[in-house]
Design a protein around this ligand. Structure first.
Ligand SMILES: *Cc1c(COP(=O)(O)O)cnc(C)c1O
Length: 412
């Protein structure tokens, strides 16, 4: 380790990272210029524990826990890993945060933040249309610890303010864009409410990626991503990340050492490799999704299209003001019932039928049959999920090929 460390001399400064564009940050953000053995890539440090040269080395470690220049040194894999730390620095640079902490999955990130920060008896507010498992965690698990959750309708900031219980409400949990209707939170309004009432704010920014939206710059306290989606980008690993201020992330990293949701160094390497192409991938996905949304909106066999880049979307104005791209997911309603919709999906040749999003392959799903299979049509309607609803997650294929495929499937 000491030898590895000696070679890791120069590091891009934070100010350098902040000054560069998002693609440059994807490639170089947070990465040391010179790495062990002159390797271009950050080495995969595949170890569960770290050794000490002698007892004095151990005592030095216990005294300052660093390599002497402020960079953290660990004694055991659950507390940290150099490969993982490199990706954390890159993700912090991308989202414009001071630090970031990686977890074994997106849900692990969500649950770890809330478990680490909330005292018993606290109250949290969640906007509707949040990721289903996040809602379940708050409304069932946290409830067991005496933590109550109030769900307020998306986009209703008066209801959000009215739901705040002074001194009891600790967190506003929101998502932007949401799934499946791609609702956009007004990040400045959410952050202002948080500051006014001393409530922490958290945005799950998975659907946006740091290429399209950076919530910390609008005053949000914590940003979460399921790195399983766009950040890794190849549908081949699970990971999650939280980005925020140095002191908040340090507290989360300490808690991760207790909760144990660490990401494996191999996966961290794959994630790092994926992030390097984030800029080009996301711009192609933005482009494909907007083209799909426009094509479907003008198609007679489509009843309604949900995409924040369309003027017809309820949050288009907010999206245009705070995002530099509208994301790769389009939801739409096919003219017809559950079966007509399934027939259309089965006629498609390019997208795979699968949950998830953000990878290079286009994916498609009918939420009624994927996430809400066990429910009846009536129960689904209560949850706002129509039988004819389809979610299309654009990959990086050629735009014309995707449009032609949709066209032939709608004609059949
Ligand atoms: C997928 C997803 C999650 C959960 O992430 P995992 O990596 O699957 O645990 C959380 N939030 C959003 C918005 C997601 O799309």
């Amino acid at each position: 380790m000491a030898a590895l460390r000696d070679l890791d001399e120069t590091q891009n400064s934070k100010t350098e990272d902040q000054a560069s564009g998002s693609s440059t940050r994807s490639v170089h953000g947070g990465t040391r210029r010179k790495k062990a053995f002159n390797s271009l890539h950050t080495p995969i440090v595949q170890t569960a524990t770290y050794t000490f040269d002698d007892t004095q080395d151990l005592i030095d470690f216990m005294e300052n826990k660093t390599w002497g220049d402020g960079d953290s040194r660990e004694e055991y894999g659950r507390y940290g890993n150099p490969t993982v730390a490199a990706v954390e620095r890159k993700l912090a640079a991308l989202d414009g945060g001071e630090d970031a902490v990686l977890y074994a999955s997106g849900m692990n990130a969500v649950t770890s933040v809330l478990l680490s920060v909330l005292p018993s008896g606290a109250h949290i507010i969640m906007t509707s249309d949040c990721y289903r498992r996040t809602r379940q965690f708050c409304q069932t698990f946290l409830k067991r610890f005496g933590i109550e959750t109030t769900v307020v309708p998306n986009g209703d900031y008066e209801a959000l303010e009215a739901a705040i219980i002074p001194k009891k409400t600790r967190f506003i949990v929101s998502e932007s864009p949401t799934n499946p209707y791609l609702r956009i939170a007004d990040l400045e309004k959410v952050a202002d409410l948080g500051r006014k009432y001393r409530v922490k704010t958290l945005i799950d920014s998975t659907f946006a990626t740091p290429i399209n939206q950076r919530p910390l710059e609008w005053g949000i306290d914590f940003v979460i991503h399921s790195a399983t989606k766009y950040l890794s980008g190849h549908n081949d690993l699970l990971a999650g990340v939280v980005v925020g201020s140095a002191d908040r992330i340090k507290a989360l990293r300490d808690a991760r050492g207790i909760l144990g949701g660490v990401v494996d160094p191999q996966n961290a390497f794959l994630l790092d490799r994926g992030i390097k192409t984030l800029g080009v991938r996301v711009r192609q996905q933005n482009h494909n999704a907007l083209a799909v949304a426009r094509f479907l909106e003008s198609h007679p066999r489509i009843e309604r299209v949900w995409y924040p880049g369309l003027e017809s979307h309820p949050d288009h104005t907010v999206a245009a003001a705070q995002m530099s791209g509208f994301g790769g997911v389009v939801s739409f309603e096919v003219a017809g019932d559950l079966k007509t919709t399934s027939n259309f999906i089965d006629a498609l040749k390019i997208p795979y039928i699968a949950p998830s999003l953000g990878g290079v392959e286009s994916l498609i799903e009918q939420p009624a049959l994927m996430s809400y299979y066990e429910k009846t049509t009536e129960e689904r309607l209560e949850l706002g999920i129509k039988d004819n609803l389809v979610r299309f997650a654009a990959g990086i294929e050629d735009t014309d090929d995707i449009l032609n495929d949709l066209d032939q499937a709608l004609a059949s």
